[in-house]
Design a protein around this ligand. Sequence first.
Ligand code: PLP
Length: 404
Amino acid sequence: MLPFIRQDLAELTAYTPHPGSASEESAHSESAIDRLDTNECPYDLPEELKQKLAWTYQQLIETNRYPDGGHAALKEAIAQYVNESLAESIPVPPLNKGGLGGVKLPKTAITADNISVGNGSDELIRSLLIATCLGGSGSIFVANPTFSMYGIMAQTLGIPVVSVRRKPETFEIDIEAAKRAILSEGCANDQNQNPPVRIVFVVHPNSPTANALTTNEIEWLSSLPDNILVVIDEAYFEFSQNTLAGKLSEHPNWIILRTFSKAFRLASMRVGYAIAHPELTATLEKIRLPYNLPAFSQLAAELALAQRQLLLAVIPETISERAKLIAALTQHQKLQILPSAANFVYLRVKASEGESAEVEHKQIMQQLKAQGTLIRHTGGGLRITVGSPEENQRTCDRIAAILT
Ligand SMILES: *Cc1c(COP(=O)(O)O)cnc(C)c1O
Protein backbone atom coordinates (compact mmCIF):
# COMPACT_ATOMS: atom_id res chain seq x y z
CA MET A 1 0.00 0.00 0.00
CA LEU A 2 1.48 3.34 -1.02
CA PRO A 3 1.83 5.44 2.12
CA PHE A 4 -0.09 8.46 0.77
CA ILE A 5 -3.28 6.47 -0.04
CA ARG A 6 -6.17 6.58 2.44
CA GLN A 7 -6.17 3.64 4.86
CA ASP A 8 -9.86 2.83 4.34
CA LEU A 9 -9.38 2.33 0.59
CA ALA A 10 -6.93 -0.52 1.26
CA GLU A 11 -9.79 -2.81 2.29
CA LEU A 12 -11.85 -2.13 -0.81
CA THR A 13 -11.65 -4.29 -3.91
CA ALA A 14 -12.37 -2.81 -7.34
CA TYR A 15 -15.78 -3.52 -8.88
CA THR A 16 -15.52 -6.27 -11.50
CA PRO A 17 -18.75 -6.86 -13.41
CA HIS A 18 -17.21 -9.85 -15.23
CA PRO A 19 -15.19 -11.55 -12.49
CA GLY A 20 -12.24 -13.38 -13.95
CA SER A 21 -13.41 -13.24 -17.55
CA ALA A 22 -10.72 -10.79 -18.65
CA SER A 23 -7.76 -12.67 -17.22
CA GLU A 24 -8.86 -16.29 -17.33
CA GLU A 25 -8.12 -18.57 -20.23
CA SER A 26 -11.40 -19.23 -21.97
CA ALA A 27 -12.25 -21.81 -24.56
CA HIS A 28 -14.72 -19.39 -26.15
CA SER A 29 -14.17 -16.23 -28.12
CA GLU A 30 -16.16 -13.18 -26.93
CA SER A 31 -18.73 -13.55 -29.71
CA ALA A 32 -19.43 -17.19 -28.86
CA ILE A 33 -20.24 -16.29 -25.29
CA ASP A 34 -23.78 -15.56 -24.13
CA ARG A 35 -23.23 -12.51 -21.94
CA LEU A 36 -26.21 -12.68 -19.64
CA ASP A 37 -24.54 -11.17 -16.60
CA THR A 38 -24.92 -7.40 -17.01
CA ASN A 39 -28.58 -6.86 -18.01
CA GLU A 40 -27.89 -5.15 -21.33
CA CYS A 41 -30.23 -5.41 -24.32
CA PRO A 42 -29.12 -8.42 -26.40
CA TYR A 43 -29.27 -6.39 -29.61
CA ASP A 44 -26.86 -3.78 -30.93
CA LEU A 45 -28.28 -0.61 -32.55
CA PRO A 46 -29.88 -1.44 -35.92
CA GLU A 47 -27.49 -0.98 -38.84
CA GLU A 48 -29.30 2.06 -40.23
CA LEU A 49 -29.07 3.87 -36.89
CA LYS A 50 -25.38 3.10 -36.63
CA GLN A 51 -24.91 4.62 -40.05
CA LYS A 52 -26.92 7.63 -39.08
CA LEU A 53 -24.79 8.04 -35.97
CA ALA A 54 -21.59 7.70 -38.00
CA TRP A 55 -22.87 10.34 -40.41
CA THR A 56 -23.74 12.62 -37.51
CA TYR A 57 -20.27 12.11 -36.13
CA GLN A 58 -18.66 13.10 -39.41
CA GLN A 59 -20.93 16.04 -40.13
CA LEU A 60 -21.71 17.57 -36.76
CA ILE A 61 -18.85 16.94 -34.36
CA GLU A 62 -15.83 19.19 -34.29
CA THR A 63 -13.43 16.99 -32.38
CA ASN A 64 -11.20 19.93 -31.44
CA ARG A 65 -14.09 21.64 -29.62
CA TYR A 66 -15.49 20.88 -26.19
CA PRO A 67 -18.96 19.35 -26.22
CA ASP A 68 -22.10 21.18 -25.04
CA GLY A 69 -21.33 21.29 -21.33
CA GLY A 70 -24.95 22.06 -20.45
CA HIS A 71 -26.48 19.16 -22.47
CA ALA A 72 -29.29 21.51 -23.53
CA ALA A 73 -30.67 19.56 -26.50
CA LEU A 74 -30.43 16.23 -24.72
CA LYS A 75 -32.16 17.52 -21.58
CA GLU A 76 -35.04 18.86 -23.68
CA ALA A 77 -35.45 15.50 -25.39
CA ILE A 78 -35.30 13.63 -22.09
CA ALA A 79 -37.90 15.91 -20.47
CA GLN A 80 -40.25 15.19 -23.34
CA TYR A 81 -39.70 11.44 -23.04
CA VAL A 82 -40.30 11.55 -19.28
CA ASN A 83 -43.55 13.45 -19.82
CA GLU A 84 -44.72 10.71 -22.16
CA SER A 85 -44.10 8.17 -19.43
CA LEU A 86 -46.24 10.18 -16.99
CA ALA A 87 -49.98 10.76 -16.89
CA GLU A 88 -52.24 9.15 -19.46
CA SER A 89 -53.49 12.66 -20.15
CA ILE A 90 -50.28 13.23 -22.08
CA PRO A 91 -50.57 11.50 -25.44
CA VAL A 92 -47.54 9.88 -27.04
CA PRO A 93 -46.41 12.03 -29.97
CA PRO A 94 -46.74 10.52 -33.44
CA LEU A 95 -43.92 8.29 -34.66
CA ASN A 96 -40.66 10.17 -35.35
CA LYS A 97 -42.36 13.57 -35.35
CA GLY A 98 -40.93 14.60 -31.97
CA GLY A 99 -42.42 17.48 -30.02
CA LEU A 100 -45.65 17.45 -28.14
CA GLY A 101 -47.23 19.78 -30.68
CA GLY A 102 -50.18 21.69 -29.31
CA VAL A 103 -50.75 19.32 -26.42
CA LYS A 104 -51.22 21.10 -23.10
CA LEU A 105 -49.10 19.69 -20.33
CA PRO A 106 -50.40 19.50 -16.80
CA LYS A 107 -48.77 21.72 -14.15
CA THR A 108 -46.62 18.81 -13.05
CA ALA A 109 -44.94 18.45 -16.44
CA ILE A 110 -41.21 17.87 -16.37
CA THR A 111 -38.97 20.48 -18.03
CA ALA A 112 -35.25 20.56 -18.81
CA ASP A 113 -34.72 22.21 -15.39
CA ASN A 114 -35.84 18.96 -13.77
CA ILE A 115 -33.19 16.94 -15.63
CA SER A 116 -29.49 16.41 -14.97
CA VAL A 117 -27.36 14.20 -17.21
CA GLY A 118 -24.45 12.05 -16.08
CA ASN A 119 -21.68 9.88 -17.48
CA GLY A 120 -23.85 6.87 -16.76
CA SER A 121 -26.24 7.05 -13.84
CA ASP A 122 -23.22 5.92 -11.82
CA GLU A 123 -21.85 9.46 -12.05
CA LEU A 124 -25.14 10.84 -10.74
CA ILE A 125 -25.06 8.43 -7.80
CA ARG A 126 -21.60 9.71 -6.88
CA SER A 127 -22.69 13.36 -7.25
CA LEU A 128 -25.67 12.71 -4.96
CA LEU A 129 -23.36 11.21 -2.34
CA ILE A 130 -21.09 14.25 -2.56
CA ALA A 131 -24.06 16.63 -2.35
CA THR A 132 -25.55 15.07 0.78
CA CYS A 133 -23.14 12.94 2.79
CA LEU A 134 -19.54 13.99 2.26
CA GLY A 135 -17.26 15.05 5.11
CA GLY A 136 -19.21 13.35 7.87
CA SER A 137 -22.54 15.01 7.04
CA GLY A 138 -24.48 11.82 6.37
CA SER A 139 -24.76 8.06 5.99
CA ILE A 140 -26.65 6.13 3.33
CA PHE A 141 -29.26 3.41 3.72
CA VAL A 142 -29.65 0.34 1.48
CA ALA A 143 -31.73 -2.84 1.74
CA ASN A 144 -29.66 -5.81 0.56
CA PRO A 145 -29.41 -7.47 -1.82
CA THR A 146 -29.51 -4.44 -4.10
CA PHE A 147 -27.34 -2.63 -6.67
CA SER A 148 -23.86 -2.79 -5.16
CA MET A 149 -22.59 0.51 -6.58
CA TYR A 150 -24.36 2.62 -3.94
CA GLY A 151 -22.36 1.01 -1.14
CA ILE A 152 -19.13 0.81 -3.11
CA MET A 153 -19.17 4.47 -4.11
CA ALA A 154 -20.16 5.56 -0.61
CA GLN A 155 -17.19 3.67 0.81
CA THR A 156 -14.74 5.24 -1.64
CA LEU A 157 -15.90 8.62 -0.33
CA GLY A 158 -15.63 7.59 3.32
CA ILE A 159 -19.43 7.61 3.72
CA PRO A 160 -20.90 5.04 6.16
CA VAL A 161 -23.39 2.51 4.77
CA VAL A 162 -26.33 1.42 6.95
CA SER A 163 -27.96 -1.74 5.63
CA VAL A 164 -30.72 -4.20 6.42
CA ARG A 165 -31.53 -7.53 4.77
CA ARG A 166 -34.65 -7.81 2.63
CA LYS A 167 -37.32 -10.36 3.55
CA PRO A 168 -35.91 -13.69 2.37
CA GLU A 169 -39.06 -14.95 0.61
CA THR A 170 -40.20 -11.93 -1.41
CA PHE A 171 -37.21 -9.60 -1.19
CA GLU A 172 -39.49 -6.82 0.00
CA ILE A 173 -37.83 -4.31 2.27
CA ASP A 174 -38.35 -5.12 5.94
CA ILE A 175 -39.85 -1.73 6.73
CA GLU A 176 -39.77 -2.11 10.50
CA ALA A 177 -36.08 -3.03 10.38
CA ALA A 178 -35.46 -0.12 8.00
CA LYS A 179 -37.17 2.34 10.34
CA ARG A 180 -35.18 1.10 13.32
CA ALA A 181 -31.89 1.29 11.43
CA ILE A 182 -32.55 4.83 10.20
CA LEU A 183 -33.74 6.01 13.59
CA SER A 184 -30.75 4.61 15.46
CA GLU A 185 -28.32 6.37 13.12
CA GLY A 186 -30.05 9.64 13.93
CA CYS A 187 -29.12 9.60 17.60
CA ALA A 188 -25.45 9.79 18.39
CA ASN A 189 -24.36 7.57 21.28
CA ASP A 190 -21.30 5.65 22.37
CA GLN A 191 -21.96 2.66 20.13
CA ASN A 192 -22.75 4.72 17.10
CA GLN A 193 -20.42 7.31 15.67
CA ASN A 194 -22.16 7.49 12.30
CA PRO A 195 -23.81 10.66 11.03
CA PRO A 196 -27.61 10.47 10.36
CA VAL A 197 -28.97 8.80 7.23
CA ARG A 198 -29.25 11.36 4.44
CA ILE A 199 -30.02 9.08 1.46
CA VAL A 200 -32.26 6.04 1.09
CA PHE A 201 -31.47 4.15 -2.13
CA VAL A 202 -34.07 1.89 -3.77
CA VAL A 203 -34.20 0.31 -7.22
CA HIS A 204 -37.61 0.04 -8.92
CA PRO A 205 -37.64 -2.83 -9.91
CA ASN A 206 -34.77 -3.97 -7.70
CA SER A 207 -31.57 -5.50 -9.01
CA PRO A 208 -30.66 -8.31 -8.60
CA THR A 209 -34.03 -9.56 -7.27
CA ALA A 210 -36.31 -8.12 -10.02
CA ASN A 211 -39.22 -7.10 -7.74
CA ALA A 212 -40.92 -3.72 -8.18
CA LEU A 213 -41.67 -1.52 -5.17
CA THR A 214 -44.91 -2.50 -3.42
CA THR A 215 -47.61 -0.08 -2.22
CA ASN A 216 -46.31 -0.52 1.33
CA GLU A 217 -42.80 0.30 0.34
CA ILE A 218 -43.93 3.38 -1.61
CA GLU A 219 -45.96 4.54 1.39
CA TRP A 220 -42.89 4.19 3.58
CA LEU A 221 -40.79 6.20 1.12
CA SER A 222 -43.52 8.87 1.11
CA SER A 223 -43.39 9.04 4.89
CA LEU A 224 -39.65 9.71 5.11
CA PRO A 225 -38.82 13.18 6.46
CA ASP A 226 -37.76 15.89 4.03
CA ASN A 227 -34.17 15.91 5.32
CA ILE A 228 -33.68 12.44 3.80
CA LEU A 229 -33.17 12.21 0.04
CA VAL A 230 -34.98 9.25 -1.55
CA VAL A 231 -33.21 7.95 -4.65
CA ILE A 232 -35.47 5.80 -6.83
CA ASP A 233 -33.33 4.09 -9.45
CA GLU A 234 -35.52 3.26 -12.45
CA ALA A 235 -32.75 1.72 -14.57
CA TYR A 236 -35.27 -0.92 -15.74
CA PHE A 237 -38.27 1.37 -16.20
CA GLU A 238 -38.79 0.50 -19.85
CA PHE A 239 -39.29 -3.16 -18.89
CA SER A 240 -41.55 -2.54 -15.90
CA GLN A 241 -43.43 0.44 -17.42
CA ASN A 242 -43.98 1.53 -13.85
CA THR A 243 -42.60 4.90 -12.81
CA LEU A 244 -42.81 7.09 -9.73
CA ALA A 245 -41.99 10.22 -11.77
CA GLY A 246 -45.60 11.38 -11.42
CA LYS A 247 -45.13 11.73 -7.67
CA LEU A 248 -42.04 13.94 -7.84
CA SER A 249 -44.03 17.16 -7.57
CA GLU A 250 -45.41 16.00 -4.19
CA HIS A 251 -41.96 14.99 -2.93
CA PRO A 252 -39.14 17.51 -3.38
CA ASN A 253 -36.88 15.06 -1.50
CA TRP A 254 -37.26 12.36 -4.19
CA ILE A 255 -35.06 11.89 -7.22
CA ILE A 256 -35.46 9.37 -10.04
CA LEU A 257 -32.48 7.94 -11.89
CA ARG A 258 -32.66 6.34 -15.32
CA THR A 259 -30.14 5.18 -17.88
CA PHE A 260 -29.58 4.67 -21.59
CA SER A 261 -27.52 1.55 -20.79
CA LYS A 262 -30.35 -0.97 -20.71
CA ALA A 263 -33.48 -0.75 -22.91
CA PHE A 264 -31.95 1.97 -25.12
CA ARG A 265 -28.96 -0.23 -26.05
CA LEU A 266 -26.31 2.40 -25.34
CA ALA A 267 -24.28 0.86 -22.50
CA SER A 268 -21.08 1.67 -24.39
CA MET A 269 -21.95 5.38 -24.50
CA ARG A 270 -22.34 5.96 -20.73
CA VAL A 271 -25.41 8.17 -20.45
CA GLY A 272 -27.72 8.35 -17.45
CA TYR A 273 -30.11 11.01 -16.20
CA ALA A 274 -31.85 12.24 -13.09
CA ILE A 275 -35.35 13.70 -12.73
CA ALA A 276 -35.81 15.92 -9.68
CA HIS A 277 -36.67 19.24 -8.13
CA PRO A 278 -34.83 22.08 -9.97
CA GLU A 279 -32.82 22.99 -6.87
CA LEU A 280 -31.51 19.46 -6.66
CA THR A 281 -30.63 19.25 -10.35
CA ALA A 282 -28.90 22.66 -10.03
CA THR A 283 -26.81 21.21 -7.21
CA LEU A 284 -25.91 18.20 -9.35
CA GLU A 285 -24.79 20.59 -12.09
CA LYS A 286 -22.38 22.26 -9.63
CA ILE A 287 -20.81 18.96 -8.63
CA ARG A 288 -20.29 17.17 -11.92
CA LEU A 289 -17.14 17.42 -14.01
CA PRO A 290 -17.38 20.34 -16.49
CA TYR A 291 -17.63 18.34 -19.75
CA ASN A 292 -18.77 15.07 -18.30
CA LEU A 293 -20.47 13.75 -21.40
CA PRO A 294 -18.64 13.34 -24.74
CA ALA A 295 -20.31 14.93 -27.77
CA PHE A 296 -20.70 11.52 -29.41
CA SER A 297 -22.53 10.13 -26.38
CA GLN A 298 -24.90 13.10 -26.33
CA LEU A 299 -25.70 12.62 -30.02
CA ALA A 300 -26.21 8.90 -29.54
CA ALA A 301 -28.65 9.47 -26.69
CA GLU A 302 -30.55 12.09 -28.70
CA LEU A 303 -30.76 9.70 -31.64
CA ALA A 304 -31.96 6.88 -29.38
CA LEU A 305 -34.74 9.09 -28.04
CA ALA A 306 -35.77 10.27 -31.50
CA GLN A 307 -35.92 6.60 -32.57
CA ARG A 308 -37.45 5.29 -29.36
CA GLN A 309 -40.40 3.63 -31.05
CA LEU A 310 -38.02 1.52 -33.12
CA LEU A 311 -35.61 0.72 -30.27
CA LEU A 312 -38.24 -0.02 -27.65
CA ALA A 313 -40.17 -2.22 -30.05
CA VAL A 314 -38.18 -5.26 -28.87
CA ILE A 315 -39.42 -4.91 -25.31
CA PRO A 316 -42.52 -7.09 -25.84
CA GLU A 317 -40.16 -9.83 -27.08
CA THR A 318 -38.03 -9.49 -23.95
CA ILE A 319 -41.11 -9.74 -21.77
CA SER A 320 -42.46 -12.82 -23.50
CA GLU A 321 -38.98 -14.38 -23.46
CA ARG A 322 -38.83 -13.67 -19.74
CA ALA A 323 -42.08 -15.57 -19.24
CA LYS A 324 -40.74 -18.50 -21.27
CA LEU A 325 -37.48 -18.53 -19.33
CA ILE A 326 -39.32 -18.48 -16.00
CA ALA A 327 -41.68 -21.25 -17.15
CA ALA A 328 -38.79 -23.45 -18.32
CA LEU A 329 -36.73 -22.93 -15.18
CA THR A 330 -39.74 -23.52 -12.93
CA GLN A 331 -39.80 -27.10 -14.29
CA HIS A 332 -36.80 -27.83 -12.10
CA GLN A 333 -37.87 -28.83 -8.59
CA LYS A 334 -34.50 -27.74 -7.36
CA LEU A 335 -34.91 -24.09 -8.37
CA GLN A 336 -36.94 -21.32 -6.84
CA ILE A 337 -37.59 -18.58 -9.43
CA LEU A 338 -38.68 -15.12 -8.31
CA PRO A 339 -41.27 -13.12 -10.27
CA SER A 340 -39.64 -10.43 -12.43
CA ALA A 341 -40.64 -6.91 -13.51
CA ALA A 342 -37.32 -6.37 -15.30
CA ASN A 343 -35.21 -7.86 -18.13
CA PHE A 344 -33.59 -10.41 -15.85
CA VAL A 345 -34.60 -13.34 -13.69
CA TYR A 346 -33.44 -14.10 -10.15
CA LEU A 347 -33.35 -17.61 -8.73
CA ARG A 348 -32.04 -19.68 -5.87
CA VAL A 349 -31.46 -23.39 -5.52
CA LYS A 350 -33.17 -25.32 -2.80
CA ALA A 351 -30.06 -26.80 -1.21
CA SER A 352 -29.80 -30.56 -0.88
CA GLU A 353 -29.49 -32.04 2.59
CA GLY A 354 -26.20 -30.97 4.14
CA GLU A 355 -25.27 -28.80 1.15
CA SER A 356 -24.95 -25.04 1.10
CA ALA A 357 -27.06 -23.21 -1.46
CA GLU A 358 -24.24 -20.74 -2.00
CA VAL A 359 -21.80 -23.53 -2.91
CA GLU A 360 -24.34 -24.84 -5.42
CA HIS A 361 -24.93 -21.36 -6.84
CA LYS A 362 -21.24 -20.96 -7.41
CA GLN A 363 -20.99 -24.35 -9.07
CA ILE A 364 -23.89 -23.64 -11.41
CA MET A 365 -22.42 -20.26 -12.34
CA GLN A 366 -19.05 -21.83 -13.09
CA GLN A 367 -20.48 -24.76 -15.03
CA LEU A 368 -22.52 -22.37 -17.15
CA LYS A 369 -19.45 -20.27 -17.75
CA ALA A 370 -17.53 -23.33 -18.89
CA GLN A 371 -20.31 -23.96 -21.43
CA GLY A 372 -20.25 -20.36 -22.63
CA THR A 373 -23.01 -18.62 -20.65
CA LEU A 374 -22.09 -15.84 -18.25
CA ILE A 375 -24.56 -15.14 -15.45
CA ARG A 376 -24.22 -13.28 -12.16
CA HIS A 377 -23.86 -14.93 -8.76
CA THR A 378 -24.87 -12.20 -6.32
CA GLY A 379 -26.89 -11.50 -3.20
CA GLY A 380 -27.26 -15.19 -2.32
CA GLY A 381 -28.74 -16.23 -5.67
CA LEU A 382 -28.25 -16.25 -9.43
CA ARG A 383 -29.26 -13.45 -11.79
CA ILE A 384 -29.76 -14.23 -15.46
CA THR A 385 -30.33 -11.52 -18.06
CA VAL A 386 -33.08 -12.24 -20.60
CA GLY A 387 -31.20 -12.47 -23.89
CA SER A 388 -32.21 -13.25 -27.46
CA PRO A 389 -34.51 -16.27 -27.97
CA GLU A 390 -31.48 -18.37 -29.03
CA GLU A 391 -29.49 -17.36 -25.97
CA ASN A 392 -32.42 -18.09 -23.66
CA GLN A 393 -32.90 -21.52 -25.22
CA ARG A 394 -29.22 -22.32 -24.65
CA THR A 395 -29.51 -21.09 -21.05
CA CYS A 396 -32.44 -23.45 -20.42
CA ASP A 397 -30.71 -26.38 -22.11
CA ARG A 398 -27.47 -25.84 -20.25
CA ILE A 399 -29.16 -25.48 -16.87
CA ALA A 400 -31.19 -28.63 -17.54
CA ALA A 401 -27.96 -30.49 -18.37
CA ILE A 402 -26.31 -29.27 -15.16
CA LEU A 403 -29.25 -30.18 -12.93
CA THR A 404 -29.91 -33.66 -14.32
C1 PLP B 1 -27.44 -0.94 -14.94
C2 PLP B 1 -27.84 -0.13 -13.78
C3 PLP B 1 -27.59 1.24 -13.76
C4 PLP B 1 -26.99 1.90 -14.96
O1 PLP B 1 -25.78 2.46 -14.73
P1 PLP B 1 -25.10 3.31 -15.87
O2 PLP B 1 -23.98 3.93 -15.12
O3 PLP B 1 -26.10 4.31 -16.35
O4 PLP B 1 -24.69 2.36 -16.95
C5 PLP B 1 -28.00 1.96 -12.66
N1 PLP B 1 -28.65 1.38 -11.63
C6 PLP B 1 -28.93 0.07 -11.65
C7 PLP B 1 -29.68 -0.53 -10.53
C8 PLP B 1 -28.52 -0.72 -12.71
O5 PLP B 1 -28.79 -2.02 -12.71
